[in-house]
Design a protein around this ligand. Sequence first.
Ligand SMILES: Nc1ncnc2c1ncn2[C@@H]1O[C@H](COP(=O)(O)OP(=O)(O)OP(=O)(O)O)[C@@H](O)[C@H]1O
Ligand SMILES: [Mg+2]
Length: 411
Amino acid sequence: MARAGTHIVGLDIGTTKVCVLIAEPRSGGTIDIIGHGSAPSRGMRKGVVVNLDSCVASIKQAVEEAELVAGCTADRAFVGVAGAHVRGLNSRGVVAVSGRDHEVTRDDVQRVLASARAVNIPPDREIFHVLPQEFMVDDQEGIHDPAGMSGSKLQANVHIVTASVTAAQNLVNSVNRAGVEVEEIVLEQLAAAEAVLTPDEKEMGVALIDIGAGTTDLVIFERGAIRHIAALPAGGENVTNDIAVGLRTPIPEAERIKKKHGCALAGLVGEEDTVEVPTVGGRKPRVLSRTLLCEIIQPRVEEIFALIAEEFARSAFDRSLHAGVVLTGGGSMLEGIQEVAERTLNVPVRRGAPAGLGGLAEAAATPQHSTAVGLALYGARRRAEAPARVPHPFVLSRMGDMVKGWLSELF
Ligand SMILES: Nc1ncnc2c1ncn2[C@@H]1O[C@H](COP(=O)(O)OP(=O)(O)OP(=O)(O)O)[C@@H](O)[C@H]1O
Ligand SMILES: [Mg+2]
């Protein structure tokens, strides 16, 4: 089989599925999907590898499927990372502009980012993104690219993303053992945002909420940059479990019923609507009103959005979401969820799925694929910015080397 060459591979290892996309970059920042593979995820819980062998097997299965479709190998990939062990913090750096003519150079920009990065990180955590938000030259604020400007003091605001060293290392090990090199580890929210948010939304202020099975990941953008990230330990899985307990039916049945008949808002359901519920122990299926099913689902969904509202308040960006909220991830496909989100969060809400893709686009244009598509889009952008960058097998101790990529995160 041919080697991947210029192809870009996005690898999303979720709680329910491992998803691999092989893409070919196109001009204008878009991509053609040339291969896709998906396998049930085993060995992952809430963004953390809990069983290495099962995780490796799932990755292998998804990779092989994608390789068969694409007709080339996926030997290195952009891999998503998320979960409660991933944290973000805002930081600021300041340096004196060094040149005699007081013109800001690329070197000054690197130095100010290094200064912003110099925060105390516990030894069990490692920085894997330093995302510039804006620069200030003397008193002038809101600068995107300060190089070439004149002044004596250069400041930078950045968002620093850190991950647990052991959790990230286990992720890298699983991918490596599946025969794939890690080209870069990427924050999943950053990837999903590439796939579903518009530049205008990011500029105006928007929150992207990725409702997965095990976690709900959120990111807030404002003035074009990431301001806040969080991961809540609840998602579609909790809704399914509630249905299984509430209707006394096995989990796979509860999952099927949720997808086929579930609705997050009881008021949207007709009073006559019914649902057939298989029971355990071979007894006859019961017929229940759909309203009853929704009354089980609604409190859990409201609880998830109440947690999100708390997180918004904590971020202090709750009043900056002028473009509202975008929901994505498999959990966002639940009927009525948009309405519940609007009521709880008091902002306009839309669903987001990847759009504008070429090639085998249909297979990837669903909310479950936002992260995998975003990883491929992110990869395409990185490669276009730094074509000479030699991809290296990912080693955690080399995270510090990623300085060279800082600027391109923003521009
Ligand atoms: N049509 C649907 N209606 C309701 N829920 C759905 C639907 N389709 C998928 N889901 C739910 O979406 C969840 C899976 O979403 P997704 O594939 O984004 O998760 P994941 O990436 O595997 O998990 P995570 O991001 O938490 O690690 C499951 O809980 C599933 O029940
Ligand atoms: Mg996911």
